[in-house]
Design a binder for this molecule. Structure first.
Ligand SMILES: Cc1cc2nc3c(=O)[nH]c(=O)nc-3n(C[C@H](O)[C@H](O)[C@H](O)COP(=O)(O)OP(=O)(O)OC[C@H]3O[C@@H](n4cnc5c(N)ncnc54)[C@H](O)[C@@H]3O)c2cc1C
Length: 389
């Protein structure tokens, strides 16, 4: 049976960070929206991925009255207090001069906690969020009234007509495929190495440690009071089978140049190639792409969630302007605005990724690049403490 005609202003495809944030922003302004999420609530609330929000992301949440979504997870000046170990020697990041545009704190909020909070707030405030939406397809996005079809959790076919579609279904979602091939361009940069990324049920203390070492980059970052994520640079050809628990801990210790006391069971591991991808345009007709559906950024920057929040903020403001003032200016400039921001963040992510990796293992880029990267790294750090003679 097909049930037609439940109109809403925005159909949001994908209930991840981008889609749920957009949904909450619109709901707060009384604008109708429906969020369609492929997976179950239980699944998305357990899915562990990123964990860092920059100060801009926290500011955006606060501005829309959604600060409670990251309450208790602020961590002060984003890099201060995060030690960097260079060949085992502890160094501190240079404090910003205070003229930064972001005076707010960032947050170390595990992605599944942020998602859980965004779902709770959205449903509490009367939002329409449909889990288990299968076979979502987008139609007529280049007309005045796009349509979204899907099968609901019971297997019934549904159709939603709307004014706008927000494609926030991640890198492997379906929304982007509604943009014709001859319109959409994709730019990709491959760094040439990967991270072995592993979750462990043991806390990180301090909350984050980064290490540059001739064996390769390493890091440990908090994912809440009882868990942390471990990162080890490795060749693209490595497989998880080559990384048993003991090797992960030994390698972390070797690259940190100090004992790693807090060890727990490793609950998941994957090899993640480091790359940046940007799709252009981020708008086609009445379809607007946001978050990972529009771009991937090197995880070294820890900017994936923050970029998703930026796009949600820009699209929510644009829709509000259209609905409240019948003014399409912000919708018309959405793609350019977000692409400009995305490229800015990609530029800094590439700089940071190369500096942190080229400074260590010369297997990938050689000695010349290592020396250049070390000099660049020095400009970002407080002077080294003089060695006692
Ligand atoms: C495995 C993994 C590990 C990561 N680790 C880090 C990290 O350590 N640090 C970091 O900064 N960033 C990391 N990221 C990136 C970060 O998680 C993303 O940038 C962020 O989640 C982007 O949010 P999003 O809402 O755009 O996409 P997503 O979080 O991917 O949300 C998309 C949502 O759409 C849903 N969906 C997909 N297809 C459909 C469909 N056809 N119909 C309906 N719904 C659909 C998905 O189930 C999901 O809920 C990681 C990403 C992945 C995939």
């Amino acid at each position: 049976m097909t049930e037609t005609g439940r109109d809403t202003t925005v159909v949001i495809v994908g209930g991840g960070v981008a889609g749920l944030t957009l949904g909450n922003f619109l709901l707060g302004k009384g604008i109708g929206c429906v969020v369609l999420e492929k997976h179950s609530r239980d699944y998305v609330e357990q899915r562990q991925r990123a964990g860092a929000l920059d100060a801009n992301g926290v500011r955006v949440l606060n501005e829309w009255g959604l600060g409670e979504a990251v309450e208790g997870y602020s961590h002060g000046d984003s890099d201060a207090g995060v030690p960097l170990l260079i060949d085992g020697e502890e160094r501190q990041w240079r404090m910003s001069g205070g003229d930064d545009e972001d005076e707010d704190d960032g947050a170390f909020c595990p992605q599944q906690i942020l998602v859980r909070n965004l779902i709770r707030i959205f449903l509490r405030d009367g939002g329409d969020l449909r889990f288990g939406a299968q076979d979502v397809s987008l139609h007529d996005v280049d007309t005045e009234q796009p349509t979204v079809r899907y099968r609901d959790a019971d297997g019934s076919s549904r159709t939603l007509t709307c004014d706008f579609v927000a494609g926030s279904d991640g890198f492997r979602g379906v929304s982007r495929t509604a943009v014709p091939d001859d319109v959409l361009t994709s730019s990709t940069y491959e760094f040439g190495y990967a991270w072995l990324s592993a979750m462990t049920q043991a806390p990180a203390d301090p909350l984050a440690v980064l290490a540059v070492h001739s064996r390769g980059f390493a890091a440990r970052i908090t994912r809440g009071p009882h868990a942390s994520r471990l990162y080890l640079q490795c060749p693209l050809t490595d497989t998880v089978e080559q990384w048993p628990d003991e090797r992960i801990w030994n390698e972390l210790e070797a690259r940190f140049g100090r004992p790693v006391e807090s060890r727990g069971p490793i609950t998941s591991r994957q090899v993640v190639p480091l790359r940046g991808v940007v799709f252009n345009p981020m708008r086609h007709g009445r379809l607007y792409l946001l978050g990972d559906a529009a771009h991937l950024i090197s995880p070294m920057s820890a900017e994936g969630m923050s970029l998703a929040l930026h796009d949600a903020d820009a699209l929510a403001k644009a829709v509000v302007r259209q609905v409240e003032k019948n003014d399409s200016t912000l919708l018309d400039s959405y793609s350019d605005t977000c692409l400009n921001h995305t490229w800015e963040r990609q530029a800094s992510a590439v700089r940071m990724t190369q500096t942190m990796h080229d400074s260590g293992d010369t297997t990938y880029e050689g000695e010349f690049r290592k020396q250049i990267a070390r000099k660049n790294l020095e400009t970002m750090l407080e002077p080294a403490a003089p060695h006692a003679s």
